[in-house]
Design a protein around this ligand. Structure first.
Ligand SMILES: CC(C)(COP(=O)(O)OP(=O)(O)OC[C@H]1O[C@@H](n2cnc3c(N)ncnc32)[C@H](O)[C@@H]1OP(=O)(O)O)[C@@H](O)C(=O)NCCC(=O)NCCS
Length: 155
């Protein structure tokens, strides 16, 4: 049951909550070919480098969702790109528009920063995320091939 929740930028006290929620959401079974693996370093690195782009949804003192991203500036280009790297909502609180509000705040911050294009990446078979991002106006999905090379295998 979800009572009220607030969306705000994260403080250092939220980091453990973000990390443990990420462990619950970004499991290796569900994201077997996610090339970006979830670990403590993702959280601490993004918080250290771009804490203004680390957002949390908090309900009764508990982190129930988060959004973390970065801004990419390209040399010799007037365009700045915002990359939403991680968006996660506690499955116990799914479909309460927490993801939606986190994304909307992230988008606002990106616009205030001068970002002109937002990017996300997710697995094609991640139907909730695909539907979510399409609802948010993302378009032009580009299929991306992910391959692995087992260096332990004899050739
Ligand atoms: C994707 C995710 C962030 C959505 O969070 P949420 O708070 O449950 O989403 P919202 O309640 O804001 O839903 C907004 C819309 O997204 C779509 N959506 C969300 N969850 C969905 C689901 N399980 N199945 C289908 N559509 C879904 C719907 O269109 C929904 O609108 P509706 O409820 O009016 O139909 C959440 O499911 C999640 O954390 N998934 C695992 C992590 C992940 O894949 N992150 C994205 C890539 S980094």
């Amino acid at each position: 049951m979800l009572n009220d929740f607030e969306i705000r930028t994260a403080t250092i006290d939220d980091l453990a909550g973000i990390f443990h929620l990420g462990e619950k959401v970004f499991t290796s079974q569900a994201y077997s070919n996610l090339y970006r693996t979830w670990d403590e370093y993702e959280v601490t690195h993004l918080f250290n480098s771009e804490c203004e782009y680390v957002l949390v949804a908090v309900s009764e003192g508990k982190v129930v969702g988060f959004a973390m991203g970065t801004v990419i500036e390209k040399a010799r280009s007037a365009w700045n790109y915002g990359h939403l790297l991680w968006l996660g909502v506690d499955p116990d609180f799914a479909r309460h528009r927490i993801g939606s509000m986190l994304f909307d705040r992230f988008r606002e911050i990106m616009q205030e920063t001068g970002v002109r294009m937002l990017m996300i990446d997710t697995q094609l078979d991640n139907k909730p995320a695909m539907r979510f991002f399409k609802r948010k106006g993302f378009e032009n999905p580009i299929k991306h091939v992910y391959m692995t090379l087992n260096l332990q295998k004899e050739t």
